[in-house]
Write a protein that binds this ligand. Sequence first.
Ligand code: HEC
Length: 145
Amino acid sequence: MKQTITALLLAALAIPAAMADSPAEIRTQSFKKILRAFEPMGMVVRDRDPYNKAKFIAMADSLKQIAAEPFNHFPAGSIDGKSRAKPEIWSQPAKFQAARDTFLKAVNELDSTAHNGDLASIKKSYGVVAQSCKACHDSFRGPEK
Ligand code: HEC
C-alpha cells in the first residue's frame, strides 16, 4: 500500500515536469524573458519613459546576461506542437549561427553604448538589436500555431 502511494505521488510529480521540459518550451520561456528585458528599453527609446542612465545600464546589463540562453536549447529537430521554429534552423546551421552572432554582438554593443554613450547613440544601438531580432525571426521563425 505504502509503495503504491509513493508510486502514485512520483507519477503525479513526473507529468508536469516532463511537459515543461521540452526544449521548445524552455527556449520559448527564454525568449519571453529576453522580450521582457528588451521592451522597457524600447519605452525609453520611443520617448514614452524618461531616460535614466543608471536604470538603462541595469536593463542593458540584464539583457546581455540572458541573451545567449535560448540558443542552448535547439537540439536537432526539436519542433513540437506549438513550436514556431523552422526546419531551416537545422538545415542551414551556419546561417542560423550567423544570425545568433549578429544578435549577440548587437546586444553587447547596446550594453557598451548604455555605459558610455548618450541617448542618441543608445537609440541607434537599440535599433540594431531590434533589427537583428527581426532578421532572425523572418528567416527562422514560422507563423503562430
Ligand atoms: C538567431 C535567431 C533569433 C534571434 C536573434 C531572436 N529570436 Fe526570438 N525566436 C527565434 C525562434 C526560432 C523562435 C521560435 C522558438 C520556438 O517556438 O521553438 C523565437 C521565439 C521568440 C519568442 C517566443 C514567442 C513567440 O512569438 O514565438 C519571443 C517573445 C521572441 N522570440 C522575441 C525575441 C526578441 C525580442 C529578440 C531580440 C531582442 C529575439 N527574439 C531574437 C529566433 C530568434
